[in-house]
Design a protein. Structure first.
Length: 188
């Protein structure tokens, strides 16, 4: 029987088949279950595993963690990392999984002309920035949900790792604050 939590999502237990050989710690599961977005996305991932469209997560032999189009692969550097980094990295990579259709549609709008010697570098950079931007936003959104979720007696949630260049965290936070302020001004 699935356990329901306050936000209507099913609790992630760590025993789901989509985890493969990746075994989240109780502390990581606590962080995951503070984000309705990450819970939903993990359920989406599990549905796709059950349908045979993607494979369960696994530990890989490479250094970096990534979504390779078939599964989320946790790199060798992820083993032994702190819970906040592991969950932050997961939220980034599942952002790539969730945005596959958006990426295909974007790539179709910006094809690479094989006869233009500069097109590959220019268009490839554009495609990469688009995909990474979606994943970074997903990572930030999950982080904000975890931060805003009380951990018990009114204590704020933990901040998870935001996988971006230095200063990007502040840019996302500032942009969000400006958007909230603009929304408040239009509704008053």
């Amino acid at each position: 029987m699935a356990i329901q939590i306050g936000n209507g999502q099913q609790t992630i237990t760590g025993n789901e088949s989509y985890w493969g050989d990746v075994k989240p710690t109780p502390e990581q599961l606590d962080l995951i279950n503070k984000s309705p977005t990450l819970q939903r996305q993990l359920h989406d991932y599990g549905s796709q595993v059950d349908a045979g469209k993607v494979q369960p997560m696994k530990y890989g032999d490479e250094g970096g963690t990534n979504f390779d189009g078939h599964r989320i692969v946790f790199g060798t550097e992820s083993q032994g990392r702190s819970d906040d980094i592991t969950v932050g990295t997961l939220s980034h990579e599942i952002g790539h999984f969730e945005n596959q259709k958006n990426d295909r549609d974007f790539n179709a709008r910006y094809p690479i002309n094989p006869h233009d010697p500069n097109a590959y570098n220019d268009v490839s950079a554009l495609r990469g920035a688009h995909g990474e931007g979606e994943a970074m936003y997903n990572n930030w959104q999950v982080q904000q949900e975890i931060l805003g979720n009380p951990t018990g007696a009114g204590e704020p949630g933990d901040r998870i790792y935001f996988g971006a260049s230095p200063g990007t965290q502040q840019q996302f936070d500032d942009r969000h604050a400006a958007d909230v302020k603009a929304m408040a001004a239009t509704h008053s």
